[in-house]
Design a protein around this ligand. Structure first.
Ligand SMILES: Nc1ncnc2c1ncn2[C@@H]1O[C@H](COP(=O)(O)OP(=O)(O)OP(=O)(O)O)[C@@H](O)[C@H]1O
Ligand SMILES: [Mg+2]
Length: 260
């Protein structure tokens, strides 16, 4: 008998408590469960402070759960892994290195072939629209450009899983829409397994196969919403009647959910 395929990422009943400096305990996540199949694109939406970043950090192995289990490919997550690319909520760049040198960091850490990595870094700079900015320093770029560089860096070692924490939150609306389409294109080509946190309902629907709606803190997945909109998607998808209808449903869901 064949057993059903196991999800690539399994989050089971995960809880997270933080202790503040004053000793008070804060419950960030309460019994969170989430399965992500290989090659799926999942978006997480939810109110500020409901534990979205905390969950991504735990999946990435940068933080440990207080209870519950997180597994990738059937093995418990015990620390940072090389098959994950991470884009943080605020881009972290080494200020003394150029953008190109920053993008090359994962290649150095993982000792990838220098020539191949350099060629890939150039490709990635073009991909995120930073052609010609490789020799600039982070403080010479706008916040949005730094975030795009951070996305290029996360893709450098061609990870199987991409975890993105509000990657476009700091971008202006037009750049954000362009980056959404770029990310769709990258995903169509590479079919990585992606979890992306966003506050934008439209962004979540345009990008994902499923949307995980989080409850306010202490957070948990309140609802999983399927996004059965055909791919490949494009700018025109936003005016597709199914898309508009789903967006209305999701928005109504948010406005009707009382905070607790
Ligand atoms: N290292 C920490 N120490 C103590 N408390 C923390 C720590 N990290 C997060 N928290 C708390 O845990 C809760 C969840 O934080 P988290 O950053 O995961 O929320 P979020 O959903 O990502 O919010 P936002 O949408 O604003 O980014 C918050 O109340 C936050 O104050
Ligand atoms: Mg966050």
């Amino acid at each position: 008998m064949t057993s059903p395929a196991r999800p690539l990422i399994e989050v089971r009943d995960v809880q997270k408590q933080f202790r503040s400096r004053s000793g008070a305990s804060l419950e960030a996540l309460l019994g969170t469960s989430l399965n992500v199949e290989a090659n799926q694109f999942i978006c997480i939406v939810g109110p500020s402070g409901c534990g979205k970043s905390t969950l991504l950090r735990m999946i990435a192995g940068l933080e440990t759960a207080s209870a519950g289990a997180i597994g990738i490919d059937g093995a418990a997550v015990k620390g940072p892994r090389r098959d994950i690319g991470l884009v943080f909520q605020s881009p972290v760049m080494l200020p003394w290195r150029t953008i190109l040198q920053n993008i090359m960091v994962p290649a150095e850490v993982l000792k990838l072939n220098k020539k191949v990595a350099r060629a890939r870094a150039d490709e990635l700079l073009t991909l995120v629209g930073l052609d010609g900015f490789g020799d600039r320093y982070p403080d010479e770029l706008s916040g949005g450009m730094r975030q795009r560089a951070a996305i290029a860096r996360a893709l450098m070692h061609d990870p199987r899983i991409l975890l993105m924490d509000e990657p476009f939150g700091a971008l202006d609306a037009l750049t954000r829409e362009a980056m959404n389409l770029e990310l769709l294109r990258i995903w169509e080509a590479s079919r990585k397994t992606v979890i992306l946190v966003t506050h934008s309902i439209e962004e979540a629907l345009l990008l994902s196969d499923r949307v995980a709606v989080f409850a306010p803190r202490p957070g948990f997945v309140r609802e999983m919403i399927d996004v059965p909109i055909a791919r490949p998607r494009s700018a025109a998808t936003r005016s597709d009647p199914d898309f508009v209808h789903l967006a209305e449903r999701l928005r109504a869901h948010f406005t009707s959910v009382p905070a607790h």
